[in-house]
Design a protein around this ligand. Structure first.
Ligand code: PMP
Length: 444
């Protein structure tokens, strides 16, 4: 099929995610033909920096030769097998390595196949743990305003982005929602100099008032990603751990977006003194190749499910593609590359480079805030810097199109432009990306 043929058929038959199809009909989807390193190439051979790592999954570049090889080797042996009553070497290898990489903070690995399902698993596990340890009244979840944990209904229930979640309110379960700990739009009107995590009080009050009925708190540690790359302080999480311990509340960290190096450490919780009870990982686990996720937990939780069959404590959850053999092989190779090529060690200088280049954007018109957590960077665009009124859809769309014209995929989240690039990006490419951003903002 030629380009026009693909676009025509696409419109006739495909419904794209997070997309107003009427708008796409006018804009036309970009037909991608190949990927290499940090670049995607369209059917007309236009080259784009994949600055959002294809929805935050790609870490080692597109078409990485080592990952390709691991995948080809695996497909010649075993593509998939059921994971109830059966196992395979790479699933075991991956689980053991993950346990090791967390210094045994987590000892059990439950497989599923995407970020949302990893979250569903965590929520069900936390709830069932409470019920099987004599605390059946602990049924509620606490989450943050502006949080995003995926698109399945459990994950939507604990989500807090009105744009995505409000419409489903009548069909989701009730969740206690604490304030979003945004530093740029501080809910307590503090500044970085005066802040003592006053925003935590909203969370503390909810827990103090409802602890008898709370099973767990779910958080995106240190950064609310899809909610607008809202970065908050690690002290918030340290206070939260204390309160959760006091009231036997399970602490879940959703590291689907931030795991595997995004924040500069392998896992975001490793920036803090906090170890959660459950952690959800997906996206970067296969370097962007295959859908795979894991929910990790500790013996305390696992043991609450471990009993004679008749006691009915089994965890009844499992997806057809649980621990897919191709995905596990790729994930094992990904971990090998991260270790042997010292990928995370290589990020320090790139993080600094981003910092330097982004600082140059701060004074531009529309730039309200520039923020960064490791390899995650964000530029929030506002109508004016005092009122912080978010830049509207039309202007953001102009920005997006300008960036595409200059060769970068910088699909914003509302009024927030962000970068989550593959880790193999070079200093020169970071410069180029920030220069594209500058031009795209100037031409809004
Ligand atoms: N949790 C977080 C923090 C995420 O950012 C996302 C996806 N952006 C998810 C869960 C859902 O992951 P998936 O899209 O793989 O279902």
């Amino acid at each position: 099929m030629d380009k026009e043929g693909i676009i025509k058929k696409d419109f006739e038959t495909v419904w794209h995610p997070f997309t107003q199809m009427k708008e796409l009909e006018e804009d036309k989807p970009i037909v991608i033909e190949k990927g290499e390193g940090i670049y995607l190439y369209d059917i007309d051979s236009n080259r784009y920096i994949d600055a959002v790592s294809s929805w935050w999954v790609n870490t080692l570049g597109h078409c990485n030769p080592k990952i390709n090889k691991a995948l080809i080797n695996q497909v010649q042996k075993l593509e998939h097998c059921m994971f109830a009553g059966f196992t395979h070497e790479n699933a075991v290898k991956l689980a053991s390595e993950l346990v090791e990489l967390t210094d045994n903070a987590f000892t059990k690995v439950f497989y599923s196949d995407n970020g949302s399902t990893a979250v569903e698993v965590a929520l069900k596990m936390a709830y069932q743990y409470q019920s099987q340890t004599g605390r059946a009244e602990k049924t509620k979840f606490v989450a943050l305003k502006n949080s995003y944990h995926g698109d399945t209904l459990g994950a939507v229930s604990v989500g807090g982005v009105d744009l995505y979640h409000k419409v489903y309110k009548p069909i989701i379960f009730d969740v206690l929602q604490a304030q979003s700990p945004s530093c740029y739009r501080c809910p307590c009107s503090e500044t970085p100099e005066t802040c003592h995590e006053e925003c935590f009080e909203s969370m503390r009050n909810i827990i103090e008032e409802n602890h008898a009925s709370i099973s767990s708190v779910i958080m995106e540690p240190l950064i609310q990603a899809a909610g607008g790359m809202i970065i908050y302080k690690k002290e918030y999480l340290e206070k939260l751990r204390e309160v959760c311990d006091k009231y036997e509340i399970i602490l879940i960290f959703d590291e689907v977006a931030v795991g595997f190096g995004r924040t500069g450490k392998l896992f975001a919780y490793q920036h803090t003194k906090v170890v959660p009870d459950i952690i959800c990982l997906a996206k970067g686990i296969t370097a962007g190749y295959m859908p795979l996720s894991v929910t990790l937990t500790n013996d305390k939780i696992y043991n609450a499910f471990y009993d004679d069959y008749e006691k009915n404590k089994t965890f009844y959850h499992g997806h057809s593609y649980t621990a897919n053999a191709l995905a596990c092989a790729v994930a094992v190779e990904n971990l090998r590359i991260l270790k042997e090529d010292k990928v995370l060690e290589s990020l320090d200088s790139k993080i600094e480079k981003f910092k330097t280049e982004l600082a140059k954007l701060k004074d531009l018109e529309f730039v309200g805030d520039v923020r960064q957590l490791g390899m995650i960077c964000a530029v929030e665009l506002v109508e004016d810097k005092i009122s912080k009124t978010p830049l509207g859809h039309d202007k953001m769309k102009r920005f997006y199109k300008n960036a595409l014209k200059y060769g970068a995929i910088l699909r914003p989240l509302g009024n927030v432009v962000y970068y989550l690039t593959p880790y193999i990006i070079t200093d020169e490419q970071i410069e180029e990306l920030c220069e594209i951003t500058r031009k795209a903002i100037l031409e809004i």
